[in-house]
Design a protein around this ligand. Sequence first.
Ligand code: FAD
Ligand code: NAI
Length: 328
Amino acid sequence: MSKAPIAIVGTGIAGLSAAQALHAAGQSVQLFDKSRDLGGRMSSKRSDAGHLDLGTQYFTARDRRFTEAVRQWQSHGWVSEWSPNIYQSRDGQLSPSADEQVRWVGIPRMSAIAAGLLGELPVKLSCRVTEAFRGEEYWTLVDAEGNNHGPYSQVVIAIPAPQASALLASAPKLAAVAASVAMEPTWSVALGFPTALETQLEACFVQDDALDWLARHRSKPGRDGSLDTWVLHASSAWSRQHLDLSRELVIEQLLGAFAELIDCVVPAPEFTLAHRWLYARPAQSHEWGALADAHLGLYACGDWCLSGRVEGAWLSGQEAARRLLEQL
Ligand code: FAD
Ligand code: NAI
């Protein structure tokens, strides 16, 4: 067995899931992420209104293995249940929509899960990997600054499909599968109000033109901050149509949609922020689990290999690790 570590590109939930499984099996790993922070779409953004969850809002656990993992995260104090007052809005009609679904959030912010999963594992942040090539025996990664990293025994690519295809070039079949996956964008906006809005609503599934989802930040466990901050997600269709709109106009338009939807007076927000997720969700689910070229030692995982949810990403990371380990 080779002594060189396994490189994992991407510290979203898929990459971290694979890293944990490989580490638990006695393998050494080296993680990379282009971002300054861990977690990818499950990260939390530092802002003048505190840390905000602009991507993943909550997650559900339906698979037995994932449910067990989430129970462990709960015992470590990384996650907690979130039971908001749920509403729905259809054709402009707002109505309560309580249900029995258990929903989980990271505490005190979503990124706590990524931090917990990483633990002491080695990671290079702010390092965009642009190429992965294999010599006779080992892999080398090249970053955007032209630096080489390696040698690595195997490589796991755990990034959104449109970005993954370039890094899978050594295995053209895998690259072609990744290139075939369409991913939809999401505009995310945060609005902070100096006084609490007079509404019972804490989360809302929306089926109107622009919006898809609303959440009241302070209704989640462990969140604080002086403002009453709300996170709004635009629908995929609206986000696609307004992909290149300026942040100011995105905020203006989604604030307008929010004020129209919600059942109370909406004053001017004191704080606003817009973030564009270019690859927010796969346009459809797949059943690949993970992609593998065992001969080369190249693997790919991510939500796009299963369902576009945290659970799908975590399971995909487990599957990539399983397939890699069975080759050792
Ligand atoms: P990612 O989280 O995208 O991780 C990939 C990582 O790779 C990133 O950190 C990125 O910086 C890094 N990376 C990319 N390219 C490179 C490179 N070349 N070199 C180095 N690093 C690179 N799911 C739910 O279950 N519930 C929700 O409520 C929910 N809401 C969502 C809301 C939004 C707005 C978005 C965007 C997603 C939401 N999701 C939700 C989906 C969920 O966030 C994803 O399914 C999951 O987080 C994907 O994890 P991943 O590890 O596959 O990918
Ligand atoms: P879930 O079971 O809470 O929601 C699944 C879907 O069921 C919701 O999108 C909603 O349409 C409907 N729904 C659930 N409870 C409802 C209620 N009480 N009233 C009305 N409608 C209800 O969670 P699951 O299956 O884990 O889905 C994850 C969530 O993440 C979804 O809401 C999905 O839209 C969201 N997501 C958002 C992304 C984005 O880019 N904005 C990307 C990926 C996921």
